[in-house]
Write a protein that binds this ligand. Structure first.
Ligand code: NA7
Length: 540
């Protein structure tokens, strides 16, 4: 694999990030006859699946759907071992894809992008990395991921802890020996919920520090039988089409049941059936789950009842029961054995809403009521979602305008992929696109294809550049917000609204109307020759 030692400005496009998005972007641009290069901070491909190696790390979308659709042979040949794949298998898949399509020769690893600046006079993006090497190209595509920059948990005394500290987002490659250790996990979002049951089986004692309980539903993960995979493979084409024409970009049926129209016994029946199917089947079928507060409360109470039926100690069950946000308005956690873990003798739940953390001391975590002695501290405290990876880079558009400044009061994009004042600059599944509300791979494929086609259009027609009109950006940004306001989503203090980052402007970032509606809108724009963009002449 190539390292970042040369500055070759002979490419058309610089792509930042070698995860699912960046790798497909490279593949797609090549297919269109364009030259591209990826700059990647990690020492291997994989993006999210390269960094998040914590015990139990797993995808919450079934892998037959959470995989590339662009190559028929690949999807027919690849075999997933479990219904929901674990991180090592997904990483292995991505490495295989990189090899199979010969992507590595255009991926420069260990090259963290620090800045990207548009030079108007020459119509070039100059991209600087931490290796000191500068790259340049006409187009720049950010494939930097929606959840890739960790949040600073800002807990007093973290540096004073004398045991070992691990972050779920950057778990060591080598095995961490937890046997016989007193472990503490701070954070009970998807990462915490996935690692807690696994850590509990190894550690001598596990203390779970929970500030806010989340809704978790079982995955019922298991081996994927050959006949099941074969059944999907036989109809892969139709299933992929179905996913692209759906709200969530996934395979199961959606929107078949309006709970609010049903008597209690039938509501109950459907909820039980959905629970048994596992994962996002608790959301997909229901048309009114995220718009009708009363219906949502029925579902929320159903899950709380499940928690009470699993967790033996009523006080612990109550502390684990979410009551401060509607079901599904924060990313639902998909797990196995999470609630069961709290029945183990070696596990304790520390309810930080009753006794907050005062500070971390050399021996462990000190709450207002007790010092919890620990050998290992695990932080599963989340990410600066959707905008964090973009504002972490000093990105400057026309006239030197900084993206960080432009987005100070909230992200503004046109279609989640382009930004006014940033010509020839694209964000794969950026804020204002369905992204994290979807099966990310479906969302990525749509986004990459639209961006790739747009770049090809500009080049084919001989334009110098393309830039979203401010009026279009204003309209789209307002539409994204209005669409969210029709739902219950904004009621939660979630990372969807940026509430987990103290100085972040609040605003609902993903687009709630679903992949199908979104893709149609994007396609209309392309079909209308990018009428909401300014297309500039080529600089001679
Ligand atoms: P999340 O879902 O943002 O969860 C982070 C958790 O960490 C959450 O429970 C937070 O509690 C908790 N947290 C954060 N900071 C603190 C401090 N300072 N003290 C105590 N607790 C804290 O991140 P994940 O990595 O689990 O999941 C992110 C997404 O990745 C997930 O949705 C999937 O799509 C994949 P809070 O709720 O803020 O009270």
């Amino acid at each position: 694999m190539r390292k970042s030692e040369t500055n070759d400005s002979s490419v058309d496009v610089i792509i930042v990030g070698a995860g699912f998005a960046g790798m497909y972007m490279l593949y797609y641009l090549r297919k269109k006859g364009l030259k591209a290069r990826i700059l990647e901070a990690g020492d291997d491909v994989g993006g999210t699946w390269y960094w998040n190696r914590y015990p139990g790390a797993r995808c919450d979308v079934e892998s037959m759907a959470y995989s590339y659709s662009f190559d028929e042979e690949l999807q027919q040949e690849w075999n997933w071992s479990t219904k929901f794949s674990y991180q090592p298998e997904i990483l292995d898949y991505l490495k295989t894809v990189a090899d199979r399509f010969d992507l590595n020769q255009d991926i420069f690893l260990k090259s963290r992008v620090l800045s990207a600046e548009y030079e108007e006079e020459v119509n070039i993006w100059r991209v600087r990395t931490d290796t000191g090497v500068e790259y340049s190209a006409k187009f720049c595509v950010m494939a930097t991921g929606c959840l890739s920059v960790p949040k600073n948990p800002k807990i007093d005394g973290l540096e004073r802890f004398e045991g070992e500290t691990f972050y779920t987002w950057n778990w060591p490659k080598e095995k961490v020996d937890l046997a016989g250790k007193r472990v503490g996990v701070i954070g009970t979002g998807s990462s915490g919920v996935q690692c807690i049951p696994v850590i509990a089986t190894d550690a001598s004692h596990l203390s779970v520090f929970q500030r806010t309980p989340n809704f978790s539903v079982p995955a019922f993960n298991r081996a994927l039988e050959k006949y099941e995979a074969d059944t999907v493979k036989k109809t892969y084409k139709q299933l992929r089409e179905k996913a692209r024409n759906s709200i969530a970009g996934d395979f199961p049926d959606e929107g078949t049941i309006t709970l609010g129209e049903l008597p209690i016994n039938l509501q109950r029946h459907h909820l039980e059936e959905s629970w048994k199917k596992g994962g996002f089947n608790m959301q997909y079928p229901f048309t009114d789950l995220l718009t009708d507060a009363k219906v949502n409360e029925v579902v929320g109470e159903f899950v709380r009842e499940k928690i009470r039926s699993i967790v033996k100690d009523p006080k612990t069950a109550e502390a684990l029961s979410p009551r401060n946000h509607p079901f599904g308005t924060k990313r639902m956690c998909v797990e196995d054995d999470y609630y069961q873990t709290f029945n183990r003798k070696n596990v304790s739940l520390i309810d930080l809403s009753a006794s907050p953390i005062e500070e971390i001391v050399s021996l462990g975590v000190k709450t207002t009521t007790k010092l919890h002695h620990l050998d290992i501290l695990v932080l599963a405290t989340g990410f600066d979602a959707m905008t964090g990876a973009l504002t972490a880079i000093d990105i400057r558009g026309r006239g030197g305008v900084a993206l960080r400044d432009k987005w100070k009061n909230g992200a503004r994009t046109f279609l989640g992929m382009t930004i006014a004042e940033f010509p020839n600059f694209f964000t794969v599944t950026g804020p204002g696109s369905p992204s994290v509300l979807c099966n990310m791979v479906s969302a990525i494929e749509q986004s990459v294809e639209w961006i790739g086609d747009c770049i090809k259009y500009v080049e084919e027609k001989g334009y110098g550049g393309i830039e979203a009109r401010r009026s279009a950006e204003n309209k789209w940004t307002a539409h994204v917000s209005d669409a969210a306001d029709q739902t219950l989503y904004p009621l939660a203090n979630s990372w969807y609204v940026g509430a987990n980052i103290s100085d972040k402007a609040r605003g609902f970032m993903p687009y709630v109307n679903g992949l199908k509606v979104y893709e149609e809108t994007c396609q209309r724009e392309a079909d209308a020759d990018y009428q909401n963009f300014t297309l500039t002449r080529k600089i001679q």
